[in-house]
Design a protein around this ligand. Structure first.
Ligand SMILES: [Zn+2]
Length: 491
C-alpha cells in the first residue's frame, strides 16, 4: 500500500498525524446491460460493486477525529436517459443527517441521492471516512426514464445498435480537505447481446471468437507491440470479431492473448501478430467441469436438510464463478455421513485440523476422501465457529463450519484455485469473492480468473480437470507474462 493510503494514527491524546501525501488511487467497475433487458421494460440496473467512502484500506484511519469527513464530487456522463441513484448502506444515523448535496443532486429520502445524467461538478458533502470493520457503502444504480428509454430504443437503428455501445459513466472523486484521495468510475454499458452484436468497424487486426456461448461480451487480455509500445494485458471486449488495432510480435513484445467469458472455458494462447492484417482464431470451449465431492457430517443445518444447504452453496458458487468469467462449472456429488460414527470421529469439527499433517494423512487415506478432486466436509456445529477453511497441506480439502455464509464455499474453493485474499488490494474489491470478512462476496477479476485457470498450483491443473498451458503468477506479481490480480475487464 506504501504511500497510496491516507494513514492517520492517534498519538498522545488525539494528535492527528498524516503520513505521506497519497497519490490518488483509481478504481473502476463495469456493468453490462443488454438492450434486450431494456426492451423487457426493466428500466433499473443495480451495480454489483459498491463505492466505499474513505481510503484504500478499511482500517486506514483508526481513531481519526469526527472532523475527518470526505467531500465527493460527482459527474455523470452519457446519453441523457434518466439518472443515477446512489443508495447509502450502513451509514450511521448522524452521518446520514449531516450529508449535504449541491449542483442538482436530489436527496430522495434519507438513504438515496438521485444524480441526473449530465451532472457535472455536483457535490455530496459530509461523507463519513470508513474506519471500521463494516464500512459504509454507496451502491450506484442506473435508473432510466421509461419514456426516454423507449424513444432511444426506437430511434437507434439496428445497425447503430450493433455498432457502438452506449455508456453511462459515473465518476466519483473523493476529496479530504484539499487533497484528492481517489477516483472511482462506475460504467454502465448498454450493449446488443444478440449473437453477432457489437460488430467492430474496420481495423487492422482481429481476434475472432468462435462458439462464444450466448454471444456475450468476452474479455481479452492482449500482449504484443501496439502503437509503438508493448501492450501488456490490454483489455479488449467483444462477442465475435474483436478489432484490436495494429499489433505485431517482436522479440521483446511477445504476442499472447487470454480470453475470459461467461459459459466458456478460459483460453491462453499465442498470438503471432505480423505487420499485416492478422486474424487470431479462438475456439471457445464449454466450461471446465470441476467435480466436487461433498461429505455431509450433519443431517440438518439450521433446521434445513444439510443436502439442501450444500446444494444452495454449490449453486451460488457456480453462478459467481460463471459470471466472474472463471470458465468452470461444478459437478457435485453428495454423501450423507451424518449417521457414520467412524467418519464423524475422523473428520471431527475443528478447522485447526486442516493444519495437522497427521490428520490430513489419515483423512486422505480413508474411505471418506476421493483423490484428484475437491472434497468438501460440512461440519457446521456451533454458530460461533469460523466460516470455512481450505487446507494448505492438501488443497483438495475444504471444511465448511458453523459461521458459513452463502459465499463461503466459493471462497474456500478460490483458495484451492491458488487465490489469496483481496483485502490488500483496496476497498474497491470489497465485493470480491476473495475479500475476507465481507458479507457479499460475489465478483472475480480477470487477474484472478487468469490464476484460477493457468497457475500450476491451482487444483484445476493439479487435478488435471484442465489440460493446457500454465503460467505461474503469484498474488502480488505482475510482469509481461502475468496480469495484476486486480486487472478487471468485466463488461
Ligand atoms: Zn479465505
Amino acid at each position: 500500500v506504501n504511500g497510496r493510503v491516507l494513514r492517520c494514527s492517534s498519538l498522545l491524546g488525539g494528535l492527528l498525524i498524516v503520513l505521506a501525501p497519497p497519490a490518488p488511487t483509481q478504481s473502476r467497475s463495469g456493468e453490462r446491460i443488454c438492450l434486450e433487458a431494456l426492451e423487457a421494460a426493466l428500466w433499473r440496473w443495480d451495480a454489483r460493486s459498491p463505492i466505499v467512502p474513505g481510503c484504500e484500506v478499511i482500517d486506514c484511519c483508526p481513531g481519526c477525529p469526527g472532523e475527518a469527513t470526505l467531500a465527493w464530487s460527482v459527474d455523470v456522463r452519457g446519453a441523457d436517459l434518466g439518472a443515477v441513484e446512489l443508495r447509502l448502506e450502513r451509514f450511521p444515523a448522524p452521518a446520514l443527517m449531516a450529508l449535504e448535496s449541491t449542483g442538482g443532486i436530489r436527496r430522495e429520502g434519507p438513504q438515496r441521492f438521485l444524480v441526473p445524467i449530465g451532472a457535472r461538478g455536483a457535490w455530496i458533502l459530509g461523507m463519513p471516512l470508513s474506519s471500521r470493520e463494516r464500512p459504509p457503502l454507496v451502491w450506484p444504480s442506473l435508473v432510466l426514464d421509461p419514456e426516454r428509454g423507449a424513444r432511444m430504443l426506437a430511434m437507434r437503428s439496428d445497425r447503430e445498435r450493433r455498432a457502438a455501445p452506449l455508456e453511462i459513466v459515473v465518476e466519483v472523486r473523493q476529496h479530504w480537505r484539499s487533497m484528492l484521495l481517489s477516483t472511482h468510475l462506475s460504467i454502465f454499458r448498454l450493449v446488443d447481446c444478440r449473437p453477432g452484436g457489437a460488430t467492430p468497424s474496420t481495423a487492422a487486426d482481429i481476434v475472432r471468437l468462435a462458439n462464444n456461448t450466448a454471444g456475450d461480451d468476452a474479455v481479452v487480455l492482449l500482449d504484443g507491440l501496439r502503437n509503438g509500445a508493448c501492450a501488456n494485458d490490454a483489455i479488449e471486449l467483444g462477442a465475435g470479431d474483436i478489432a484490436v488495432g495494429q499489433c505485431e510480435e517482436t522479440a521483446i513484445c511477445k504476442g499472447e492473448i487470454a480470453v475470459f467469458s461467461d459459459d466458456n472455458a478460459a483460453v491462453l494462447q499465442a498470438a503471432p501478430w505480423t505487420s499485416g492484417a492478422d486474424v487470431v482464431h479462438v475456439s471457445m470451449q464449454p466450461p471446465v467441469a470441476v467435480p466436487l465431492k461433498i461429505w455431509l457430517l450433519e443431517a440438518a443445518i439450521g433446521g434445513l436438510p444439510a443436502i439442501d444447504v450444500a446444494k444452495a452453496h454449490v449453486a451460488m458458487a457456480t453462478k459467481n464463478y460463471n459470471e466472474g468469467h472463471a470458465g468452470i462449472a461444478f459437478d457435485a456429488t453428495y454423501f450423507d455421513l451424518s449417521a457414520n460414527a467412524a467418519a464423524k470421529a475422523l473428520v471431527g469439527e475443528e478447522d485447526d485440523k486442516l493444519d495437522d499433517p497427521a490428520w490430513v494423512n489419515a483423512l486422505t487415506s480413508s474411505a471418506f476422501f476421493t483423490a484428484g478432486m475437491i472434497n468438501v466436509y460440512y461440519v457446521p456445529k456451533a454458530a460461533g465457529q469460523a466460516k470455512g477453511r481450505n487446507s494448505q497441506l492438501e488443497r483438495n480439502i475444504v471444511m465448511i463450519l458453523g459461521g458459513f455464509n452463502p459465499y463461503t464455499l466459493g471462497h474456500e474453493i478460490g483458495h484451492a484455485f491458488s487465490l489469496e485474499h483481496m483485502n490488500d488490494q483496496g476497498v474497491s474489491f470489497y465485493g470480491n469473492l476473495m475479500w475476507e470478512g465481507a458479507d457479499d462476496q460475489v465478483t472475480l477479476t480477470e487477474g484472478q480468473c487468469f490464476r484460477i485457470n493457468f497457475d500450476p498450483l491451482s487444483v484445476l491443473n493439479v487435478n488435471q480437470h484442465r489440460i493446457g498451458p500454465v503460467q505461474s503468477c503469484p498474488h502480488g506479481s505482475a510482469d509481461a507474462r502475468c496480469p495484476e490480480v486486480t486487472v478487471d475487464g468485466t463488461p
